[in-house]
Design a protein around this ligand. Structure first.
Ligand code: NAD
Ligand code: IPM
Ligand code: MN
Length: 361
């Protein structure tokens, strides 16, 4: 049977480390409450497994995920006991790179004015999406260390930008802008490219030329450009100006933490690692937050909104809408964790959303 065409979708769940272990069970609970026709299979990849038996990714693990699952739901990786962070690189960057999940889609949506640290900013003022290149750039792992431990030590970290890689992510951003409405139903119309082409001229030049070329295929959309430093200022000064932002791997990482702050913090930010037509991976933007792990204080909404994003990707839009509405209700009623002003624990906030998802309207 063709696994990809069955109605019941198979989801691999990898909670990972730290608060990933706490927020993912809440996301799973909410998925179940939504009635989504899914089969969930959990994997124990993460620091604990690595420290126990040295395994980061099981042999053939990425091929297995691509073959046997329709989507992957991930928590976070990072544990102070694994200083090298090798397991996080092999598992997380492994999925992104080896499964060729080239578009890291990070929506930035303010659910309630009370969550935004900026004065007078309303939900409709923060409704944009960052499309981050996810398979190359400074994350490629090209480079090396020479004469390590000597006064002459040299460390090289290459920033790889391929024509194919740049072209497909920029095209993805234009397609996203063309086909995805804003939350209020109005069309999107602007694609902004963020780079540092004034200083990093070789890579920046390629991005500039490709952006120019592809924008010609979308005459109905307008374009903008900002250097990444200026963009950081503008994101805080006036987030209304952003619609779709496309950028490279490293800038995309950095600006989406800043953008998370506009939404109420890292606990609220969702993301997808997508290759259209291939098994894609969904994870909250935040990390394993070791200092708050195990205390039942982590905000589960980023993970829950990530689960909703995954269900949309799998075509279960009704279930996803129910989940998003329930999170919105929780935020408005302050049925939340402390980071966004409530008094609930991780489990209690997740439970409230799960119940609300099930409640008759
Ligand atoms: P982090 O995202 O884990 O935490 C940054 C800050 O945000 C901390 O103050 C933390 O307490 C807070 N925070 C994060 N998520 C929260 C939530 N759900 N609710 C409430 N507060 C939350 O980033 P970090 O501290 O730089 O990194 C910790 C570890 O996580 C490192 O090992 C890092 O490499 C890893 N990391 C992993 C991922 C991932 O797996 N996708 C992403 C980012 C960082
Ligand atoms: C993220 C994280 C990762 C990244 C780390 C853990 C490698 O910060 O997903 O935003 O830099 O991509
Ligand atoms: Mn990050």
């Amino acid at each position: 049977m063709d696994l990809k065409n069955r109605t019941r979708k198979r989801i691999a769940v990898i909670p990972g480390d730290g608060i990933g272990q706490e927020v993912i069970p809440q996301a799973v609970k909410v998925i179940k409450a939504s009635g989504a026709d899914v089969e969930l299979t959990e994997f124990d990849w993460g620091a604990k497994r690595y420290l126990r038996d040295g395994t980061t990714v099981t042999p053939d693990g990425f091929a297995m995920l691509a073959r046997d699952f329709d989507a992957i739901l991930v928590g976070a990786f990072g544990d102070p006991r694994v200083q090298s962070n090798i397991h996080a690189r092999e598992i997380l960057l492994g999925m992104r790179f080896k499964m060729d999940l080239y578009a890291n889609v990070r929506p930035v949506r303010l659910l309630d004015a009370a969550l935004c640290p900026l004065k007078g900013v309303r939900p409709k003022d923060v409704d944009f999406v960052v499309i981050r290149e996810n398979t190359e750039g400074a994350y490629s792992g090209a480079g090396g260390v020479f004469k390590q431990g000597t006064p002459d030590e040299i460390a090289i970290q290459e920033d790889i930008n391929t024509r194919k890689g740049v072209e497909r992510i920029i095209r993805y951003a234009f397609e996203c802008c063309r086909s995805h409405e804003k939350t209020d139903g109005s069309p999107r119309g602007n694609v902004l490219m963020c780079d540092k082409s004034n200083a990093l001229t070789y890579a920046g030049g390629l991005w500039q030329r490709v952006f120019q070329e592809i924008s010609g295929e979308y005459p109905q959309l307008t374009t903008k450009h900002m250097y990444v430093d200026a963009l950081c200022l503008q994101m805080v000064r006036d987030p209304r100006q952003f619609d779709v932002i496309v950028t490279n791997n490293m800038f995309g990482d950095i600006i989406t933490d800043l953008a998370a702050a506009l939404q109420g913090g890292l606990g609220m930010a969702a993301s997808g690692n997508i290759h259209p037509g291939k098994t894609s991976m969904f994870e909250p933007v935040h990390g394993s937050a070791p200092t708050i792990a195990g205390k039942n204080v982590a905000n589960p909404f980023g993970a829950i909104l990530t689960a909703a994003m995954m269900l949309v990707h799998l075509g279960m839009t009704a279930e996803a809408s129910k989940i998003e509405a329930a999170v919105l209700a929780a935020v408005r009623d302050k049925k939340t964790t402390e980071d966004i002003g409530g008094t609930m624990g991780t489990r209690e906030a997740g439970e409230w959303v799960a119940k609300r998802v099930n409640a008759p309207l």
